[in-house]
Design a protein around this ligand. Structure first.
Ligand SMILES: Nc1ncnc2c1ncn2[C@@H]1O[C@H](COP(=O)(O)OP(=O)(O)O)[C@@H](O)[C@H]1O
Ligand SMILES: [Mg+2]
Length: 257
């Protein structure tokens, strides 16, 4: 997924009804399509997808490489525009929002987590976490205080003034999650967030996502690893630009005692 562009917005606090459309849906997608124009001609990466995600859900998006998962996530994150169909984010049809309103809606509603963490190497952890508030034009002191709070939330406040290279990959992903949380988003979009992590660290990151979901944050997470997808409560599978499976995660069987 591409990194979001800087967004000017005057107030970072979410709207009172942020996270819910009138019907309790965070995401409502109808006939969503994306055709890329390539040197070899048009390439339909997403071929008309319908999906509803309600407030508080935890959804894993699965499917083989090239099946359209990142294309779909980029559309959900308003980082790209569809060539077909409609997308309602917290009840608003984003296809018909002017660019600045869309940027504000995105900044207030969505936190992004990427496979490669996407931290700025020359900035302290605190400044990395505070970055969305810089785009929102918040003053330095309240920015700092809020960033510390978010770092404490992911257990890394003691490292606030360190550079990203001083901490492990798993810790860097926790910092990225703190950054995603700083505007109190109702939705977290994560594209392969454990793709660069070992299995033990991946489990720690998944435990953190589960806690955030238990607190009411809607999570949509892309993974191609079944073990990771099993942490979600619902699994949606893509194949060749279409959804071919959508069902609750089966209950885990108890292992042998
Ligand atoms: N910007 C682009 N231009 C042209 N083709 C693209 C672009 N982005 C993705 N694709 C193609 O669209 C298909 C779906 O890609 P993607 O959404 O990244 O799949 P996934 O995340 O499931 O691996 C792939 O065949 C990919 O090569
Ligand atoms: Mg991808």
């Amino acid at each position: 997924m591409a990194a979001p562009r800087p967004i000017p917005a005057s107030i970072p606090a979410p709207a009172a009804d942020a996270g819910r459309g009138a019907s309790g849906e965070v995401i409502r997608v109808r006939g969503l399509g994306k055709t890329y124009v390539t040197a070899a001609g048009p390439f339909p990466a997403l071929k008309g997808v319908d999906l509803n995600i309600r407030h508080g859900e935890y959804v894993a998006i699965m499917g083989p490489s090239g099946s359209g998962k990142s294309t779909f996530m980029n559309l959900l994150g308003c980082l790209d525009t569809p060539t077909l169909g409609d997308y309602f984010l917290v009840g608003r049809n984003v296809a018909h929002l002017p660019g600045d309103e869309l940027a504000i809606l995105r900044n207030r509603t969505i936190g992004f987590v990427f496979q490669g963490f996407n931290l700025l190497p020359r900035m302290s952890l605190e400044d990395n976490v505070a970055l969305p508030l810089v785009y929102a034009r918040i003053e330095r002191e309240p920015r700092r205080a809020r960033a510390r709070e978010m770092l404490a939330r992911v257990g890394l406040e003691p490292y606030a003034l360190s550079l990203p290279a001083r901490i492990s990959g798993g810790q860097q992903q926790r910092v990225a999650i703190a950054r995603a949380l700083i505007n109190s988003p109702s939705l977290i979009l994560a594209d392969e967030p454990t793709g660069n992590l070992d299995s033990h660290t991946s489990e720690e990151i998944m435990a953190l996502f589960r806690e955030l979901n238990d607190e009411g944050i809607t999570i949509v997470l892309v993974t191609h690893e079944p073990d990771i997808a099993d942490h979600a409560r619902r699994q949606v599978r893509f194949l060749d630009g279409l959804i071919v499976h959508d069902a609750p995660t089966p209950a885990r069987e108890a292992g042998p005692c």
